[in-house]
Design a protein around this ligand. Structure first.
Ligand code: GLN
Length: 201
């Protein structure tokens, strides 16, 4: 069984839980640091990144989450979750977990387009993936380790860096579970690779 957690400090938790279901997946809601221990993968939901960061610090998650990533365990951040993962946040002095080599801009669509729904093409996921954008960030720069998975109107909205996956929109608010299933497959492969390397030692 794969164990995949959803960080439940704030934001759209329940919707992610529903999208992660697969016959070989057990989904866990994570509220305490100890609950990270047995997980094979983790989702950072959308919400409000400044509030989420405050709660990450308050409940002692900062270092444990960095260690989770350093151990090579897959993490999937959506919207505010993507902001938590970014190395840099445009026009802000403080970024958060700095897991992924990218710069992001918060609320990048401005007031005119605070929230909208569209279909986009996502590499290895589909050409007509449903995407809900809500006061969404954009990825404004990526390092060379980062693979761009999707662009919308010429701007980067989804990317992957090895075991790290991030998107600016909310796949969990649609009926379309393909993006989550892509992440579940990343977790499967990462667990298999870890088991293979154990077998070799
Ligand atoms: N604008 C929010 C932030 O900066 C993110 C919005 C979202 O997660 N839907 O944290």
């Amino acid at each position: 069984m794969l164990k995949i957690g959803v960080l439940a400090l704030q934001g759209a938790v329940r919707e992610h839980v529903n999208c992660l279901h697969a016959p070989d997946v057990e989904v866990k809601i994570v509220k305490r640091v100890e609950e990270l221990e047995k997980l094979d993968g983790l989702v950072f939901p959308g919400g409000e990144s400044t509030t989420m960061r405050r709660l990450v610090d308050k409940y002692g998650f900062f270092e444990p989450l960095r260690q989770f990533s350093e151990a090579g365990k897959p993490i999937f951040g959506t919207c505010a979750g993507l902001i938590l993962m970014a190395e840099d946040i445009k026009d802000e002095t403080q970024s958060h977990l700095q897991l992924m080599d990218m710069e992001v801009q918060r609320n990048a669509f401005g007031r005119q387009r605070e929230s909208f729904e569209t279909k986009i093409s996502v590499k290895d996921v589909g050409v007509d993936v449903e995407a809900v954008f809500i006061r969404a960030p954009l990825i404004t720069g990526v390092g060379k380790e980062v693979e761009i998975l999707s662009e919308f109107e010429g701007e980067i909205v989804a990317a992957r860096q090895n075991h790290l996956l991030a998107c600016s929109f909310h796949p969990e608010l649609t009926e379309d579970a393909r993006f989550h299933q892509y992440f579940v497959q990343m977790v499967r492969e990462s667990k298999e690779a870890a088991a293979d390397s154990m077998a070799l030692t």
